[in-house]
Design a protein around this ligand. Sequence first.
Ligand code: ASP
Length: 453
Amino acid sequence: MSKKGEMTLTTKVVIGMVLGIVTGLLINTTGLNAPESFTHAYIVNGLFHVVGTMFITALKMLVVPLVLFSLISGVLGIGDIGQLGKVGAKAFTLYLLTTALAIAVGITIAVISGVGEGAHLTTTAAFTAKEAPPLSQVLIDIIPSNIIDAMAEGKMLQIIFFSILLGISILMTGEKAKPLVVGIEIMNEVMMHMVNIIMAVAPYAVFALIAKAISSLGLDLLVNLAGYVIVLILALMVHLYGTLTGLFKLFTGLNIRMLLRKLRDVQIFAFSTSSSNATIPVTLRTVTERLGVDNSVASFTVPFGATINMDGTAIMQGVATVFIANAYGVDLGLGGYLTVIMMSVLASIGTAGVPGVGLIMLSMVFTQVGLPVEGIGLILGVDRLLDMIRTAVNVSGDAVVSVIVGKSEKKFDPAVYNDPEAGVLTEEDIHIDEKVEEELAEAVEKVEKEGRI
Ligand code: ASP
């Protein structure tokens, strides 16, 4: 509850999530979701699908302009361009470190549990491997040949590159560019309001997304693959509550309960959208307004992390590799596992955080260590749910690293971090002041008449 006694957005979103899970389970277990049924056609694939997809699309719509304006204003606000390089180097190193630790956790827990041993599983689900881009291409692809194309395609690394370059060029232009600087600052603020508007409908959208996902889940498959699912979820939790919070405490010394409490929104958004990229607006808002990291750091670390940092996905790759190796009776040996760690880290850099991309990365890892790619067909059926959970871990890693980097660069406000109510979204935040409305309308009229304000 907020100070004003009204329900906060987080509370509403949690309610939406719980109701979504209950509704989804009801539809699933009572067989209401049979292919020809009314529920299947009009509720699950009708109402839930439409509401959920509209919401994800709206979030995606925000990503490019939001990253663009916040990152340019971040570069303008950093005060010292040399610091930008330091922020980049720290974030990159920490992202690689957390991903490598994540996959090591995944492999270790999977090996100890012996998941998949004696499973003798067969699959009919065909899985064809998609190529993940080689590292050389990833490097080349950082530079956009056409920025409009990069924006249209949502190519995050290219947009980051262009925004930083534009920010630096504006700084070089100096005095003359001041109106532009003010304009960009204002646009950044405007975009944040747009995030608030879209977030206001989140409770309903989260309900629809989760109800749809759970009503279409193959629960019988879940039982068949219970070993894999349980070990994977366990490893994800160990990483989130052990490795990530441990690193966070070590580097920042800040209160962990506060972190976990404030991460809840981001995790639920990631869980229901299965996409780190679509969650960028929420992650950026949480990291800056709730966790107290300055926009000059967060506007870079958040979209960068959504693209290159995928701890949850790395864990899935570790567990899936051990599972399939055991199921097929292949002994990978230490060398094999080290290759898996290296390949997963590299694969995560070149692939964006969108739903299901983890499986593409996995096929790349399998090819490298000589595991049968068809084996991925075994886990395909349960991947929908696991994608939701691992995406929540992915975005948590982005937020954790953002705070660590922000604090070490002194671009961090402890007062915001320690205030449980900081940045909490309530109905109050999503309305237009009537007086402001009138004043702006008058200003527009005046400009139309006199050509000035
Ligand atoms: N859905 C994940 C993300 O967006 C990626 C994956 O594991 O498939 O972060």
